[in-house]
Write a protein that binds this ligand. Sequence first.
Ligand SMILES: *[C@@H]1O[C@H](CO)[C@@H](O)[C@H](O)[C@H]1NC(C)=O
Length: 401
Amino acid sequence: MGFKALCFGLLCVSFLSCIYTPVPDNIEETWKVMALDTVAKTCSLMALCLENLGVMRYEEFISMIINLDYTQPLSDEHITVTDTAFVDIPVRLYLPKRKSEAPRRAVIYFHGGGFCFGSFKQRAFDFLNRWTANKLDAVVVGIDYRLAPQHHFPAQFEDGITAVKFFLQDKILTKYGVDPTRIAVSGDSSGGTLAAAVTQQVQIDPEVKHKLKLQALLYPGLQVIDTHLPSHRENEHGIVLTRDIAIKLVSLFFTKDEALPQAMRKNQHMPPESRHLFRFVNWSTLLPDKFRKDHVYTEPVLGRSAFSLPALMDHRALPLLASDDHLQHLPQTYILTCQHDVLRDDGIMYVSRLQKVGVQVFHDHVEDGIHGALSYMTSPLHLDLGLRIKDMYVSWLDNNL
Ligand SMILES: *[C@@H]1O[C@H](CO)[C@@H](O)[C@H](O)[C@H]1NC(C)=O
């Protein structure tokens, strides 16, 4: 073990010099962002080393670090905070203490974490949800869901839909004093994927009487069938989140088979029978010039790998794959995208597709944004960028919910 530890220590040091990514000019707080990027990439590298040495899996190591950041449900003078469960799904409830004549608005929040880690318990999400409850005088619910790779798709989607449908029942809305006509679902990153998928389902589900008024998707991941979008190319070595790591994590959402991320890196992971889905992610038509720039569109090569996972063609995992007919039923939508983010073009293509079918969409594009910015709102890693994005999101909710 001593020898292994030494090897891995040396590896880390020698790689440290390679992992530094130049910070784009328009990003503020350059030193903080560089420090954050180095910390994130060092942790990621350590996790990869440990995985290669057979000590533990990549995501187990990252989870260990993220778990250190979990908070208890602490009430304050304005909000009562409790951890409970909807059916058997863990949730954290934020209930304003102020007396209210009228029923309140409600926001349901799905945390990000690449489907592999995280919780509403993380300090940044606890801060965000508490802030939303305070600012909007609304009931806020943070929802956890089973994580990959112990649980693959559709476990995450099923947990999300179960918890949301539980909340939308008359008796539960009455219990918490919620106005059934003013409920939003939100989420960031993989939580944005879930928020989008759950919203698609709820709006057409005959069992659900009270539909959602809004959805808010914050730098969401919405497809993986084409992994060669302009944002993948430009942010291949992106700040905090690289293309490789994004592919590694999203693969675990579907399977532990290493063949999937390998094929995905080459953009050769989809079977021939998926051809009809590519029009839904055709960035040569769905991205505005500003983002398409002079990137040349190439049709993905189909049927190169032995891989044929039905989940890779399922809109409940990849909301961009829903048909236009289905998308028409969506409520008013807020989408926030970050320029320096490997997932940027997913969000932008969803904006285009929703606009095309007549859904009211508000798009905030953050020119100096990086992926996961909302996770950097609490010390020691807080960025003004994170607080700014929080304010954009919360004020849109306040004006529209
Ligand atoms: C994508 O759009 C281009 C036109 O911009 C078209 O030539 C190409 O066939 C489309 N590809 C797919 C798979 O829809």
